[in-house]
Design a protein around this ligand. Structure first.
Ligand code: NAG
Ligand code: NAG
Length: 436
């Protein structure tokens, strides 16, 4: 915003451009909006090739109904509720770290793809067939209520409103490490932002992320030149962003997480969840969580500085090397990275019980779920992580909107928080108009 454009030549240019921009604004000239979902927030499709080795006969037939080319919906599919199918799902969702190429890859014989990149289509709900029945109010509705409200404001999918779904199992890595899927996503996202702006009279874009999506966007902004960010990004609104990870993620690694899906046995999905690179990225950041014990056992305690020992202790030694080499140096940049020259608004839920310390009375051996000591946060992410950018960048314009009693995902559906989000988008748009 404050780029010091006071030279006479630039002023003249501004005057010349003015009538053009005023026309665009008159025609409902909204700043284009790009939505970046969180982990699990968009559909993923898969197909099985000759290299697939099913762990059971059932997995070789399931699912019976497939689309053209053998594609079927891998995420989300309600049949994972049945434990026989949960196993098939889990082995297909699994990622594998390959030391030779220093990168993560799919299970052999499982191809995956993200559908409808550029559109909000695959972010509305996770299972369209279920939601047709429930008219967007179904159990798998995700961004549908928010997108409906944006459309009422005048946003149009594919014209001024865009979606950037991705394979949320993959993450990003510290510099110098290959990251085929995550890097490709960042460059696709960058191209989408440029296209959204170019197609809308070169107006810079508002980026609206949820959860993990915020971490990808922040990486895109900090890895791009300041002049790119100034040219293409008007404002970054991050909902429920876990800037410094969450203790809840240690619970996922130790005991599995049903992701709120009833009846799923967390131990059946634990292996798959441990294997996701993005889950390693969301473990508590030592720079923010410090030395206090987050996991307590009879023989050892683990702070955010002992994530490697923790991964080993829970019986996931495979995670130690990729965490140490790829993830730890990435997350430790948090307090040295230069803040991007873009105004940031964080919309966060507070006052919801959030795991702060996990107490495993008998250690990890018996796979019993721990006793949980709760603290403040959005039910998933600890308050200090939600507030990390404000804490670290006190000299930068990071605005935080707190919505009391709103959980990590209900920020997308609750009326109060939708009103706050829409208010923020409207004020960015009207501010942009009055600026001229
Ligand atoms: C672990 O932390 C608990 C609670 O803070 C403390 O009482 C205990 O002595 C610690 N145990 C070890 C082995 O450090
Ligand atoms: C603001 O803080 C960041 C991070 O602490 C630092 O890198 C930057 O130089 C500071 N900028 C100004 C203008 O003080």
């Amino acid at each position: 915003m404050n780029t010091g454009t006071s030279s006479p030549a630039l002023l003249l240019l501004a005057i010349m451009i003015l009538p053009y921009q005023a026309t665009a604004a008159g025609a409902g000239g909204l700043h284009p909006l790009v939505l970046v979902p969180g982990a699990g927030g968009n559909q993923l499709e898969a197909r099985l090739t000759a290299g697939y080795q099913p762990s059971s006969l059932i997995c070789s037939f399931y699912p019976v109904l497939k689309q053209k080319g053998g594609w079927f919906r891998l995420w989300f599919d309600p049949t994972v509720l049945l434990s026989t199918f949960t196993r098939c799902f889990s082995e297909r969702m699994m990622l594998h770290y390959d030391k030779e190429s220093d990168d993560f890859r799919n299970t052999p014989g499982v191809e995956t793809r993200v559908c409808n990149f550029g559109s909000t289509e695959s972010l509305l709900c996770l299972d369209p067939s279920l939601n047709q029945v429930w008219k967007n109010r179904g159990i798998t509705a995700y961004m549908a209520p928010l997108v409906n409200t944006l459309e009422e404001m005048g946003y149009v999918d594919g014209e001024t409103l865009f979606g950037a779904p991705y394979d949320f199992r993959y993450g990003l890595a510290a510099e110098g490490h290959p990251c085929r899927v995550g890097s490709k996503y960042l460059s696709d996202l960058k191209a989408l932002i440029e296209k959204a702006s170019t197609d809308n009279d070169r107006k810079p874009v508002i980026i609206l992320s949820h959860s993990l999506g915020g971490l990808f966007v922040l990486q895109l902004l900090t890895r791009s030149s300041p002049s790119w960010a100034r040219q293409f990004v008007k404002h970054f609104i991050a909902l429920s962003a876990p800037w410094a990870g969450a203790v809840d993620e240690m619970l996922t690694f130790a005991s599995g997480n049903t992701l709120g899906v009833p009846l799923v046995d967390p131990l059946l999905v634990r292996g798959e969840q441990r294997s996701a690179e993005s889950n390693l990225w969301l473990l508590p950041n030592p720079k923010l969580f410090g030395r206090r014990p987050l996991v307590v056992t009879p023989n050892a305690n683990y702070s955010a500085f002992e994530i490697e020992e923790f991964l080993d202790g829970i019986g996931y030694p495979e995670g130690v090397y990729p965490y140490r080499t790829r993830i730890k140096p990435l997350v430790e940049e948090i307090d040295t990275v230069e803040p991007p020259p873009v105004p940031i608004t964080c919309v966060i839920g507070t006052g919801v019980d959030t795991a702060e310390v996990l107490v495993f009375e008998n250690g990890f051996g018996d796979d019993r779920r721990p006793d949980v000591v709760y603290g403040d946060g959005d039910g998933t992410v600890n308050l200090e992580s939600l507030l990390a950018l404000e804490t670290l960048w006190s000299n930068q314009s990071v605005k935080v909107i707190r919505v009391s009693g709103i959980s990590h995902t209900s920020v997308l559906t609750d009326e109060t928080s939708i009103r706050e989000i829409v208010g923020e988008i409207s004020s960015v748009n009207s501010y942009a108009l009055s600026e001229k």
